[in-house]
Design a protein around this ligand. Sequence first.
Ligand SMILES: C[S@@+](CC[C@H](N)C(=O)[O-])C[C@H]1O[C@@H](n2cnc3c(N)ncnc32)[C@H](O)[C@@H]1O
Length: 89
Amino acid sequence: MRMRFKPYARPELLACDFHVHEPLTHGGHWHETYARPDQPWHLELGCGKGGFLAQLAPRHPDINYLGIDITDKVLILAKRKVEAAYAER
Ligand SMILES: C[S@@+](CC[C@H](N)C(=O)[O-])C[C@H]1O[C@@H](n2cnc3c(N)ncnc32)[C@H](O)[C@@H]1O
């Protein structure tokens, strides 16, 4: 499905403290970006709207999650979904 350009996505993601703004600078050092770097690390390539991350991350604080997607059109939805899931919890 083709998604519309979301002009608010980039500024909102840049203001988000769990969005990684400069991912290339973390190559080989991803664990260090987490509060508990010794925990297992789960990566979702192509996380889309964040449906899995929003379900899993709040239930498993013993795991460090990272979702990657190529477009901020869906990342903004993932960001909001994850925030809502933590707020609900
Ligand atoms: C079918 S969706 C899956 C979303 C989610 N994983 C799920 O199962 O609900 C695939 C996602 O992969 C992303 N994607 C496609 N190519 C990609 C790439 N080269 N790098 C990062 N993400 C990519 C798309 O933008 C899309 O959001």
